[in-house]
Design a protein around this ligand. Structure first.
Ligand code: HEM
Length: 234
């Protein structure tokens, strides 16, 4: 979309040194992937009001499978010495997604919850890296920090364009995180405290790039299924 932003106001900085904090390496190391995900046609069309409630609902259904994997793995991660500090219950999205889907599709929504192959591949990857705290952070960072940032715009645009009630966009509301900015600072501090050497930190960044690519692949699959309305001939 045209609102390409300057994430955290850092501009087009040179690559950070290998011994920079992991949160800095993550932000800088996924900058290009973020721009690509943000510019996915499905995301642009959804935000531009050219899709339908059905497309938004499908996104929520697919994300449900992804967050179910993330939040399942989080239970193992929190029991590891390194992982305890990076699992935040206040971020968990499965309960909100389930409430949204019940609102959008009715109580039988689970019968319609068939993950796309792209979703299944994404969820499989999250489960495959399992309780490794660094890899979990790569996946959790990519989704939850995004939800607390650009996700806030997405929720508002979905309401505006498709008339979805608050009860259908609870996914974008974080009642337990009333102030995203200090929370994101705390999150970054916990990420930076992970006991990782340079190679370990680089592996986390590589996994986060992969997480972004899974998102892009998922958006491409959703874009195939939900084509934007043709613009009116003028
Ligand atoms: C239209 C779509 C999007 C918009 C408008 C958007 C916008 C933003 C903005 C403004 C920030 C900076 C927030 C801050 O500095 O506190 C941000 C950060 C972030 N976004 Fe997005 N975003 C979008 C899509 C996505 C997607 C699809 C993902 C991943 C699946 C994502 C992941 C992230 C992450 C991980 C951060 C945190 C960066 C950091 O500070 O380390 N975003 N986004």
């Amino acid at each position: 979309m045209t609102t390409t932003h300057d994430r955290a106001g850092t501009g087009a900085a040179a690559a950070p040194a290998a011994d920079a904090p992991l949160s800095v390496l993550l932000r800088e190391g996924t900058r290009a992937e973020h721009e690509a995900a943000e510019g996915s046609p499905f995301v642009e069309e959804l935000l531009g009001g050219r899709l339908t409630v059905a497309a938004y609902t499908d996104l929520a259904l697919q994300l449900h499978a992804v967050y179910a994997a993330l939040e399942e793995v989080a239970e193992d991660v929190r029991r590891t010495p390194a992982g305890a500090g990076v699992v935040f219950d206040e971020l968990h999205r499965v309960p909100a997604l389930e409430a949204d889907l019940a609102h959008l599709l009715g109580p039988g929504w689970r019968e319609r919850a068939t993950p796309l192959p792209a979703t299944a591949a994404y969820a499989d990857r999250v489960r495959a890296v399992g309780a490794d705290a660094g890899a979990y952070v790569a996946h959790a960072y990519t989704r939850y920090l995004g939800d607390l940032s650009g996700g806030q715009v997405i929720g508002r645009m979905v309401q505006r364009h498709y008339g979805v009630a608050d009860a259908g966009v609870g996914f974008y509301a974080f009642p337990a995180v009333p102030k995203p900015k200090p929370f994101k600072d705390l999150y970054r501090a916990r990420v930076d405290a992970l006991p990782l050497d340079d190679a370990g930190r680089e592996a986390v960044v590589a996994e986060a790039r992969l997480a972004f690519r899974h998102n892009r692949t998922l958006f491409a699959a959703l874009g195939e299924r939900h084509r934007a309305a043709e613009p009116l001939a003028g």
